[in-house]
Design a protein around this ligand. Structure first.
Ligand SMILES: NC(=O)c1ccc[n+]([C@@H]2O[C@H](COP(=O)([O-])OP(=O)(O)OC[C@H]3O[C@@H](n4cnc5c(N)ncnc54)[C@H](OP(=O)(O)O)[C@@H]3O)[C@@H](O)[C@H]2O)c1
Length: 256
């Protein structure tokens, strides 16, 4: 039986960078996203450079059957999943009452429903083997209040809360459950989410490879909540002291 690390949303951005770090350390990979062509290019590159096995599975994780397919594939091929990196995610910018309803609901399916289902499917075997781990990609948004991106912020708060709770449940085992909470990262995410005005983003913007390196190092050390970058750590600390109403008003002024 061969061991693999699953990375969702591995076709670009943070997921691609995290996948590369696992590859460098000789972990076989299952790469998941919708852009199969891109995933196949990455497979070719990683297999040549790092002498590992890479399996590409084209899936739309906002579709329930696709989530099931991933688990069925792993079971059918007797694959051991060492790490599950729940990275695939989207955002949607705009006032709640105006933002496209289908896009918001698809976001919940991807950021919340499929992430939860993948944890439910893969965690029991990790517990049985007393080995492995799950790294969920949340955001500093998880700690805040997000007018103009209300559904996105809510999905990331869910991811953080779920991660902290499940991490507490598995304490005492060798299974790691962690969440990485980046601030703004220079990927295609903001553009795809339709973020128009992100004045705060410039000073806080990090590169995807920096974020991935921090996530990889601290996940391997067993840290539960990983906040990359000094400025993001300060921001999150300030959220602990400021009234949530004040945070919400400040975010609204920046974004509207
Ligand atoms: N960039 C930021 O500012 C930022 C900040 C904090 C947290 N995050 C979080 O970081 C994670 C990665 O985002 P990123 O910045 O790297 O954005 P990105 O460059 O847009 O990458 C998103 C990845 O998710 C995949 N994806 C999107 N919809 C999918 C679907 N329905 N099914 C399967 N895969 C799907 C995309 O691949 P395909 O399009 O090929 O499917 C892509 O590989 C997300 O969870 C995001 O919320 C981002």
């Amino acid at each position: 039986m061969q061991s693999y690390t699953i990375v969702t949303g591995a076709s670009c951005g943070i997921g691609y960078e995290i996948a590369q770090l696992f590859a460098k350390d000789k972990n076989n990979l299952i790469l998941v996203a919708r852009n199969e062509e891109k995933l196949n290019e990455i497979k070719k590159d990683f297999e040549q450079k790092y002498k590992i096995n890479v399996i590409v599975i084209r899936l739309d994780l906002s579709v329930d059957n696709d989530v099931d397919y991933l688990y069925e594939y792993v079971e059918k091929n007797k694959i051991v999943v060492d790490n599950l990196i729940n990275n695939a995610g989207i955002g949607n910018f705009g006032e709640f009452y105006k933002a496209d309803c289908t896009k918001d609901l698809d976001m919940i399916k991807l950021n919340v429903y499929s992430l939860t289902k993948l944890m439910k499917l893969f965690l029991p075997n990790m517990i049985k083997r007393n080995k492995g781990g799950i790294l969920n990609v949340a955001s500093t948004a998880a700690f805040g209040v997000g007018p103009m991106m209300s559904v996105y912020y809510a999905t990331k708060s869910y991811v953080l809360s779920l991660t902290e709770s499940v991490s507490a449940e598995v304490k005492g085992t060798n299974v790691k459950i962690a969440a990485i909470c980046p601030g703004p990262v220079d990927t295609g995410f903001q553009g795809k989410a339709g973020v128009k005005k992100a004045k705060i983003a410039k000073g806080y913007m990090m590169k995807a490879d920096e974020v991935a390196r921090d996530a990889y190092k601290k996940y391997n050390k067993g840290k539960t909540i990983i906040i990359p970058g000094y400025k993001n750590k300060v921001l999150v600390q300030s959220f602990r002291f400021l009234p949530r109403k004040v945070i919400g008003m400040a975010a609204l002024r920046l974004n509207k």
